[in-house]
Ligand binder design. Sequence first.
Ligand code: ADP
Length: 493
Amino acid sequence: MKKAFRSVGNWVASFIHSIRFRLTLWFVIILALVLATFSVIIYFVTARDLQADSIGRMQNKFTQIQNYFSGPQWRVSDLSPDNVPGSNAPLQKGDLLILVDDKGTVLQGWGENLSNPNGIINELVTAGSQHRDLNIYEQTVPILNQNKQPTNTDYLFIITPVLRDNLLLGYLIIGSPSDLNSLLHRLMTLLAFGNLGMLVIAFLGGLWLADRAMRPVATITHAARNISESDLNRRLNMRGRDELAELAGTFDDMLGRLQAAFDRQRRFVADASHELRTPLTIVNLEVGRALSNRRSVAEYQRTLQVVDAEGERMTRLVNDLMTLARMDSGQAILQFEELDLSDVALEAVERMSALAEHRHIKLETGEFPELQIRGDRQYLIQMISNLIENGIKYSGLDQTVRVEISGSKNTASLRVSDTGPGIPPEHLSRLFDRFYRVDTARSQNSDDDSAPTGSGLGLSIVNWIVEAHNGKINVESKVNEGTTFEVTLPLQK
Ligand code: ADP
């Protein structure tokens, strides 16, 4: 039972917080304000018109009665409709005609409901004595009916002083039943219930419309809740041109990007483990072979050299992977400063000269003009070193790797060229992809166990560093002639 109450409570809470409910509520509140304003205007305009109308009629009646009294006839009973043929009798059924003296005592009265308590007459006489001309009152007067029961009829009264030789004899009061108040009361009830009804219809209709409009959101929410890492290929494929279809399209695009990112990540992990497995297998095989039988010192030395080289290879691979992971996660923070590109390039050349010497490669420098750029010194040195190292790695003995710098109006260029084996054109477009290698065999000098071997990550790191410096990298290569990498960076003015 408690559970049922809680789930109903949850449903109510989520309904109250839902956009469709709030949207509808706002719509109904605004509509209520508009309707209320209109109703108040209609009510007051109608009240004013009706009042003016009934007062006009009353004055008309009064003039007729005044005329009658100035004529030869003096019988007031002649004024009643029973005695006047046609409809132009000044007194109608229910009308009152009362003659009072100046103290308010009734002298004569005509009309059906004359059991009128003095209260209203005194009130009228007081008012009449203050203004000696026409006075009009709208009053609910407790007049008694034939059974002496008070009725609740509204009466409109007119009072006028009766004078003779400028002496006040009394007052003449005419009362006529008025349905103005009950009319207005009915109008108000009609407006109130009409408006309430309209608001209820607007609320229900608005809720239905908002529900319809919001249905795609529920679809998107449902899909988002159910899509997991393993089924990122799902799409909403919502048709239409409205905002929600646009949202669904954006959601689909995001799923596409996520899927691509996950695929890249999976490939990256698979490639990385594959790359690590090769040296580990080699180490296992070599160690297993060395342990299986007694070996000569030279053989043990060779095994240890292999283990050392593979260890170095794994260290480089892990370092490269960590660099890329830092770059991907945004943790690689570049410390930009003003630098002389030739200075940075020289440091990279000096760093790589020992390796070049060891591999019998001529590492030479061309023009090195001073060129100011903005960049991170360490990352730039790593980028240039990677390019020089590739030149050394992939070129044969006694070949040349050349580094040179040149400047134009807005850019500084660094070229690293070699006279190595070159790269077939079909590979050039994918050269900067992670783990991409042209020749998966080991480097040219693979007979030398200490030779650095590649994992296919170097150029993707180079590319990332160049892009982080708002630069561009270009490669030109001819098989059996050599390769040139050219990096262009914006010049600091
Ligand atoms: P690796 O660690 O294998 O060197 P890179 O990303 O640096 O990875 O290079 C990708 C591939 O591009 C290399 O495997 C190599 O085949 C090719 N390559 C790069 N630089 C050169 C070069 N100077 N001469 C010939 N081939 C090159």
